[in-house]
Design a protein. Structure first.
Lengths: 348, 185, 454
């Protein structure tokens, strides 16, 4: 009888939204692999994948199929449960972040106001931060459970790197929060629609956030957990088949999500620049346009990520730590301080 | 029983079970992982009390940072069943009896608690706006004083963690750096 | 408030001095000046002049008791600085950081002696403890120091956990963190449970038996200079917090805990004194002696009268000064065992004489401050209605004479070559001044206790 108390409309609305968003994330991540190889090829003056389908467009499918078909190996000496749990956690935490991102403006379907956001909790940005901070467990558990020294070293590297960069990331976020005065993702976007994008007020904060996002996604130049020339293959060395696929996939999802988060926090989310789209009303196509705009911004960031990956070499470990603790952290603090002072003066 | 109560029972049982597993697990890594589960259930309780900010901060600080460091250290020390020092059976028994006695006394004492004190779902003191106001108005003095605590912990981390410089190695390093610079030029 | 802000700011200044001043002497002088400034600021507040007006919302109350104890603690720390600050240098490279930690401890002492809210009690006790965990382990190359630090930290955080649990239960029972609750006819069970947990954790912090197990190991393992500080000033501060907590928060439910505190006091006296008899190392003996002195200070909490308050302040001063003095000599000795003191009187008659004064004061021989403070405690206990406990305490004090006199015996009546290094004239005069204060307080205790009223 409790089931009767549930508002079925909201239930299905959210269910559909979740399905759509997760599928989108997966598809985008899938084609990110393709894009990555194409961009790498472009930067290195090659052709890249071009056999499977037109322009090699079916290549991700083929790769996925290959990963599914491969023999599954769980090492004898590994800790079985944790070995399986590792990639699961990596995937789950990668997908969870999408829950609080506003994907588009509220639309009107047959009298129902449907926000294109799974949940607009009043601590949205902290939720993202919390989930991101959990992302490290996938790597750590997987690396430890493999019972392989290289994996373990990579996992430990990954953990310390993520923790170090989380601090600067959080501090750069704080400055944004001071500007907006609310932790809800929707109000952060609305604030930007009304007052201009945050990146205009927080260029330094954005830069710090961007660098930290690179580090959190374990992308070059911060891909020390998978530094193949030092650690063979990094933390997922013992993994094979789709478990390996999950790890690789989670990285791309993370990249997509952090691109979306950056667009939302600093580049106005689904806001179309120089256009007052709120005047168009709550039609479904307005929401769709907003979604497309957000995706375009995210795509630009993903391209930036890949561009960096194929142009900048990897950091040495001590350089990485120096950058995180001695440069980004003080910079973020100074940024926060300046923001606070300016806000205080303006309010007076 | 409403949904809140069902959730409460599920969370409470998971919390106690995982807390027990922290103690029982042979492998320290498993203990840490169970502890993380415990933190999650506690965060769940915070959400039931409508204290979302506390819930998420609990996860960020404990599960996301502190436990990662714990895991980090335990993994690096490579503790496992073989290297674990075995206490004598009697000591274990004594510990169990002592802990059980404490539990017994607490349960016996608190069984007669006068009133029901929790307010589920209602109450919004845990929301971030209210929490911030209380923290910076009523509790601003303790808030500021706790900064002394953190400062001393930070000084302590430097005192304990900083590498003791040894003069011969340092001069050696300087030489190395000088040669490196010479090469760069 | 003066002392709190001055000592916290001094801690920060000392922190920066580590890279602004590269001369150890100037760091030391700076520390002395800052502490002197703190003392003067505190005296101003004791005379009714507060430099800062901060609305603490009733969470801190700087009454005369708190201020006077802060003064005592600061002056004892000053004596400690004068005598032992050179020895801090020998611990490691972070000379100025040690000072800054000590200043933070002083800030914690102010908070924990003037709290009016359980939240503040927790903060104060933590600010006291955390720098101590670090200072205990500051001798990084010494395994014993590492072990002591870890042990102290683990046990300490466990007792902090108990304290928080207790505070939570009390909050559940009363709905407030403020002390000074009034209870109805029937005392809530939650309150009693919380009170017990707080009793346990505070007993741990002041190393009262049966929560004293960490004390000998930690005091023995820590660098001797640090032991000197934490066995004296910090322990006394713990007692002041203990006293304040039980007088203000649990004063109204006294029948519930009086017997328990009495038992804790008796057990502490017994264990501390009897075990101290068997020690071969002077440092370890002093650790157990600190436990037994804690037993005497527990008597103040048992009786909770005005006499007890005066006595506790006097006790804190007498015990701290004497122990700091003995430790200051001990640090410079080559051998920490009783044999190491053989023939000390022949080589250093002046220092030996001063040590005798300190030892007599600890043992509670008349004409020293130690006697009067013990007297106050006993008087308060008898007024509090327990003659048996007082008699037991006297018996135990008699036992303590044995091990204090054993040191005197090896100094004066045994031959050997006790070696001591680095005794300057200034050091000797400072020690003599401490001994002078000890005797002066033993004759005119009003010099100190009058501050409570005028």
């Amino acid at each position: 009888m409790y089931l009767l108390q549930i508002d079925w409309w909201i239930f299905f609305e959210k269910l559909i939204l979740v399905a759509v968003i997760v599928t989108t994330a997966l598809v985008v991540a899938m084609y990110s692999t393709y894009a990555e190889r194409k961009i790498a090829a472009f930067l290195q003056d090659r052709r890249g994948p071009n056999r499977a389908g037109p322009f090699g467009l079916l290549q991700p499918m083929a790769d996925g199929l290959k990963l599914f078909m491969k023999e599954e190996i769980i090492p004898m000496t590994s800790s079985k449960f944790l070995f399986v749990l590792g990639p699961m956690l990596a995937m789950i935490t990668a997908c969870m972040t999408s829950a609080v991102i506003p994907w588009g403006s509220t639309i009107d379907i047959k009298g129902h106001q449907v926000p294109l956001q799974i949940s607009d909790i009043n601590i949205g940005i902290l939720y993202i931060f919390g989930v991101v901070s959990l992302g490290v467990y996938g790597i750590m558990i997987g690396g430890w459970a493999s019972n392989n020294k290289f994996s373990l070293l990579a996992a430990v590297r990954g953990a310390s790197q993520m923790i170090s960069y989380e601090l600067a990331m959080g501090l750069s976020l704080l400055a944004v929060l001071m500007l907006v005065g609310d932790l809800r993702m929707s109000s952060i976007v609305n604030h930007q629609i009304a007052n201009g994008w945050n990146v205009l007020y927080q260029p330094l904060g954005f830069l710090i956030f961007f660098i930290c996002a690179l580090a959190e996604c374990n992308r070059t130049p911060f891909d020390l957990p998978e530094a193949e020339n030092e650690l063979n293959f990094g933390y997922h060395q013992e993994y094979s088949s789709m478990k390996l696929g999950f790890y690789l996939f989670a990285e791309y999802i993370n990249m997509f999500i952090s691109a979306v988060v950056m667009s939302t926090l600093f580049f106005g989310g689904y806001d179309i620049p120089f256009v007052n789209e709120a005047a168009w009303g709550n039609h479904w196509w307005v929401g769709l346009i907003g979604f497309v705009v957000l995706m375009t911004k995210a795509a630009l960031f993903i391209f930036l990520f890949m561009w960096i990956r194929w142009t900048i070499p990897r950091f040495r470990y001590d350089q990485l730590m120096n950058l995180g603790w001695k440069k980004l952290l003080p910079l973020a603090l100074v940024n926060m301080l300046i923001t606070a002072v300016v806000i205080l003066l303006l309010h007076k | 029983m409403g949904i809140t109560q069902i959730l409460f029972w599920i969370l409470a049982i998971t919390a106690i079970f995982s807390a027990l597993m922290v103690v029982i697990s042979k492998n320290p890594v498993y203990s840490v992982l169970w502890l993380i589960v415990t933190f999650f259930t506690i965060s769940g309780h915070y959400i039931l009390l409508n204290a979302q900010f506390l819930a998420v901060v609990n996860i960020i600080v404990y599960a996301g940072a502190i436990m990662v460091l714990f895991l980090f250290v335990i993994m690096l020390m490579n503790l496992n069943k073989e290297t674990e020092p075995q206490k004598s059976k009697w000591l274990k028994l004594a510990g169990a009896v002592a802990g059980g006695c404490l539990l017994l006394v607490l349960v016996a004492g608190l069984r007669h608690t006068e009133k029901q004190m929790t307010e589920m779902v209602t109450g919004d003191i845990g929301l971030i706006q209210n929490l911030g106001k209380v923290l910076f108005k009523d509790y601003v003095v303790p808030f500021e004083i706790s900064s002394i605590l953190f400062l001393s912990a930070m000084v302590g981390a430097v005192v304990l963690g900083k590498k003791e410089p040894r003069i011969p190695v340092e001069t050696e390093m300087r030489k190395v750096e000088e040669t490196q610079q010479a090469i760069n030029i | 408030m003066n002392a709190l802000i001055f000592s916290a700011v001094s801690g920060v200044i000392m922190m920066f001095s580590s890279f602004l001043l590269n001369n150890k002497n100037s760091v030391r002088v700076l520390a002395h000046v800052l502490l002197l400034a703190t003392i003067i600021a505190n005296i101003f507040e004791l005379r009714g002049i507060s430099f800062f007006h901060i609305d603490t919302r009733g969470m801190l109350e700087f009454d005369r008791f708190a201020l006077l104890f802060t003064l005592v603690a600061n002056v004892c720390t000053f004596a400690f600085f004068l005598l032992s600050s050179r020895d801090l240098e020998k611990i490691g490279n972070h000379y100025s950081d040690y000072f800054s930690l000590l200043f933070f401890i002083l800030a914690g002492i102010v908070v924990s002696s003037s709290f009016k809210s359980l939240l503040m009690l927790f903060l104060g006790i933590e600010i006291l403890s955390i720098p101590l965990y670090i200072l205990t382990g500051s001798d990084k190359r010494n395994l014993k120091s590492n072990e002591a630090s870890l042990k102290y930290f683990l046990m300490g955080s466990f007792s902090t956990g108990l304290m928080l649990m207790g505070i939570a239960l009390i909050y559940g029972a009363t709905g407030t963190f403020q002390t000074g609750i009034t209870v109805a006819e029937k005392v809530p069970v939650l309150l009693i449970t919380g009170m017990m947990l707080l009793l346990f954790s505070m007993s741990f912090k002041v190393s009262a038996a049966p929560f004293h197990f960490w004390t000998p190991d930690v005091y023995d393992g820590a660098p001797t200079v640090v032991t000197s500080f934490m066995a004296t000033v910090v322990k006394a501060a713990g007692f002041i917090a203990f006293m304040r907590l039980f007088a203000e928060e649990f004063g109204s439910i006294r029948p519930e805990w009086k017997l328990l505190v009495g038992i804790v006091a008796a057990v502490t006296l017994f264990i501390g004194n009897i075990t101290a008899v068997f020690q071969q190392s002077v440092k370890r003996m002093l650790a157990y002696s600190s436990i037994s002195q804690a037993g005497f200070m527990m008597l103040a909490i048992y009786s909770l009268s005005n006499d007890a308050k005066e006595g506790l302040i006097l006790y804190a001063a007498a015990y701290s000064l004497a122990t700091i003095g003995i430790f200051a000599v001990l640090v410079r000795m080559k051998d920490y065992t009783f044999e190491g003191f053989n023939g000390f009187a022949k080589q250093q008659p002046f220092l030996a004489g001063i040590l005798v004064v300190f030892l007599l004061s600890l043992a509670g021989i008349p004409l020293t401050a130690g006697f009067l403070s013990k007297f106050y405690m006993l008087k308060a206990t008898i007024d509090g209605g327990s003659l048996a406990l007082a008699i037991f305490a006297v018996l135990m004090a008699a036992v303590s004479v044995y091990y204090y006199f054993r040191l005197i015996q090896s100094m004066y009546f045994k031959t050997g070559n006790a070696t001591i290094s680095g005794t300057t004239t200034g050091f000797k005069y400072t020690l003599a001044a401490l001994a002078g204060i000890t005797i002066l307080l033993g004759i005119f205790p009003n010099l100190l206790t009058n501050w409570l009223y005028f």
